[in-house]
Structures are given as structure tokens and as C-alpha cells.
Design a protein around this ligand. Structure first.
Ligand SMILES: *Cc1c(COP(=O)(O)O)cnc(C)c1O
Length: 361
């Protein structure tokens, strides 16, 4: 069986270091927001090239707290791709703001930068590009628009740790960025975790307080905060794994490159990548008309797949007010997309077998 993602194999590479670190933390008796979190925040900020990183409980909180810290509220509009994981949209609506959905480019699956300007109104406060499936959004036009209309850029980098666009990493391509360290992400911990990266000191300080009940000094609450802290164990695990992220991403690129050159089947459409470094291949999505049949075929041949995602956010039951929107490109992608296995621990044999089976379909 070729697993979609073998998390045990991914993490077992670091097992000795994890055991040591976890023992140290147990012995220290200090489990939250301690020296492991502090050093990870420094290491990840350095990695992204930003001045600040604030560890939080998960990726959804990271995005939600950025919007909260900016003070955006009811009536404020935030421009966001229609083709995204629902967390991006939830971060907006939790703050009472209105998501303004923009169609993706059918070739890259990322937000189509040419369709953004027509959606900007005097209520627009921010643009939220999502580096979906690991590929950095083409930011040029978004930078221009943000400047022209005085908007914040809030990146959703939950699927693109380490992707590089024009010499800068995701997390450093806007005003603030949310990351997730959910176990299956390119950089994942052994539970839930997330962080915010930014160069804005005021914003970083505010989120640092908000994640911990809104206080910098114990029992002095300057904001109505939340509890969204990063655990010492997760920070320690992330510190062990971070030095290997670029290597892992490089292996993902190698596999993607192999798929792109060797998958030859008229029924399978592959994603367009505009630059090698910009894509860290969080998943390898392909599109096909008879997706269910294709998925069953792969399953019968011992290849696990996943669908990212089967239902677009605007068609979800929880967003009745968005259900009537017509977003044909997004809907087409959700109807036809399927992710085949890609991960840093796949063997060459497994990669070749995937190609062989896909080509025979
Ligand atoms: C995973 C993910 C999130 C949310 O991260 P969690 O840690 O699961 O809360 C947000 N946006 C995107 C695009 C994601 O893939």
C-alpha cells in the first residue's frame, strides 16, 4: 500500500531527538510558553526572514488573531480566494467581517490576481492570499493593489512553509502571515500548533498578549484575549524538524518534477507551476473528469489519495448566505481535483509505481 502520507515514517526519522527533548520538558516542569517556544519563535522568524514570530495554538487561530489584532470588525470586507480550505474563511467570519470571494486561475488553482481590483470597495480592509497546495501566490499585483488602496495583506501560509517568491519566503510576503503546524503540513508538530509571522512590532506584541488572555503581565488584561498558546513539547519538536524543512521540500520538488515529466495520460490534468522555488508541493493535485472512478481505481491498485477539497466553502451548509454565489472555476476545481501521494519519505520505487498505475488508467 502506498500511503497518502506516512506520518509515522516522517516523524520516526527524528524519534531519538524527540524522546530526549520531551524528557527534558517533563523534567523541567514547565510546559507552556517557555524557552522552547521562545527559541522556536526566533528560529522560525529567522527562517522566514521576518522580525517576529508568535506561536499560537493552531493555524486557524493564527489567522483569526491577526484579523482581531488589526481591529477589523462587522462590515469590514476582506478579499479572499474562493478556492481555499474553509479555515481561511472562518478566520474572517469569526471576527464578524465579510469574506469577498475571488475566483482562482484554473491553471494554478491560486487566486487570480487580475480579478481582485473589481472587488475592492470603500469597506475593503485586507487581501488574504492563500498559498494553496504549497504554491506561493503571484504577489506582484497584490502588492500594487494593497499600496494603491491602503489594504493589509494577510497571508495564509498554512500549506507553504518555505516556499520562495522573488527571493522572499512565504510569511514575509505581506503584513502578517498565519502558519499551521498540524501534523500533515510540510512542517508539522505532534498535535496542533501554529504561529503568526510579521515585521510589525505593534501587531506582534498585541497578538502575543491576545493569545494569552490579553495579558503581558499576569492578571493584568489589556485586551479581551483568548487562550491560544503553543506548547513546549510542540515547539521542541518543531525546533528539531525545522533544519530539515528545506531538504524535505526539495525531495517533494524532485517527486513533483518526476510526476510532471512522466505522467502521460490524456484523462489527467496537472497543475501549472510558474517557478520551481515558489512551490513546496504540500500536495500534488491533479484533475480528472471521473474523479470517483479514478480514486477507486487507485485504491484498487493500493494507492491512497485524498481530495482537497470536495465541497467549496461557499457551498457549505454553515455559509447559507454564500450558497447562492456562482463561482464556476472554483466549483469545477472542487468537482475534479484529487491529490496523489507526495511526501519526503516516499521511495523512488513508490513514486515510479504511482506513475505506472496512473498512466495505465
Ligand atoms: C491547515 C490549514 C489551516 C488551518 O490550520 P489548523 O492548524 O488546522 O487550524 C488554514 N488554512 C489552510 C489553507 C490550511 O491548509
Amino acid at each position: 500500500m502506498i500511503k497518502f502520507l506516512d506520518l509515522e515514517k516522517i516523524n520516526n526519522r527524528f524519534r531519538k531527538d524527540f524522546d530526549e527533548k520531551i524528557k527534558e520538558i517533563l523534567d523541567s516542569g514547565w510546559y507552556l510558553l517557555g524557552k522552547n517556544v521562545e527559541s522556536f519563535e526566533q528560529n522560525f522568524a529567522d527562517y522566514c526572514g521576518t522580525k517576529y514570530c508568535v506561536g499560537v495554538g493552531n493555524g486557524l487561530d493564527a489567522l483569526t488573531l491577526i484579523i482581531k489584532a488589526y481591529g477589523f470588525k462587522e462590515g469590514d470586507e476582506i478579499i479572499v480566494p474562493a478556492n481555499t480550505y474553509i479555515a481561511t474563511i472562518l478566520a474572517i467570519t469569526y471576527n464578524g467581517c465579510t469574506p469577498v470571494l475571488v475566483e482562482p486561475d484554473i491553471n494554478t488553482y491560486n487566486i487570480d490576481p487580475d480579478l481582485i481590483e473589481e472587488k475592492i470597495t470603500d469597506k475593503t480592509r485586507a487581501i488574504m492570499p492563500v498559498h494553496l497546495y504549497g504554491q506561493a501566490v503571484e504577489m506582484d499585483k497584490i502588492w500594487d493593489l494593497a499600496k494603491k488602496y491602503n489594504l493589509k495583506i494577510i497571508e495564509d501560509s498554512a500549506q507553504a512553509h518555505g516556499a520562495i517568491y522573488q527571493g522572499k519566503r512565504t510569511g514575509n510576503l505581506g503584513d502578517a502571515s498565519g502558519f499551521s503546524f498540524y501534523p500533515g503540513k510540510n512542517l508539522g508538530c505532534i498535535g496542533d500548533g501554529g504561529c503568526v509571522t510579521t515585521n510589525d512590532k505593534e501587531l506582534a506584541d498585541k497578538i502575543r498578549a491576545i493569545r494569552n488572555y490579553g495579558s503581558n503581565i499576569k492578571y493584568h488584561n489589556i485586551y479581551q484575549g483568548v487562550n491560544s498558546r503553543l506548547d513546549e513539547i510542540h515547539a521542541a519538536v518543531l525546533n528539531v524538524k525545522l533544519p530539515y524543512l528545506d531538504e524535505d521540500n526539495q525531495r517533494r520538488r524532485e517527486i513533483a518534477e518526476y510526476y510532471l515529466s512522466n505522467i502521460k495520460n490524456d484523462k489527467i490534468i496537472m497543475r501549472k507551476s510558474y517557478s520551481d522555488k515558489a512551490n513546496v508541493w504540500h500536495v500534488f493535485p491533479v484533475r480528472t473528469d471521473n474523479r470517483d472512478e479514478f480514486q477507486q481505481y487507485l485504491k484498487d491498485n493500493d494507492i491512497q489519495t485524498l481530495i482537497h477539497y470536495p465541497i467549496p466553502p461557499h457551498k457549505q451548509e454553515c455559509y447559507k448566505e454564500l450558497n447562492k454565489l456562482s463561482l464556476p472555476v472554483t466549483e469545477e476545481i472542487h468537482k475534479t481535483i484529487i491529490s496523489i501521494p507526495i511526501s519526503p519519505v516516499m521511495t523512488d520505487n513508490e513514486v515510479q509505481k504511482v506513475v505506472e498505475i496512473v498512466n495505465k488508467y
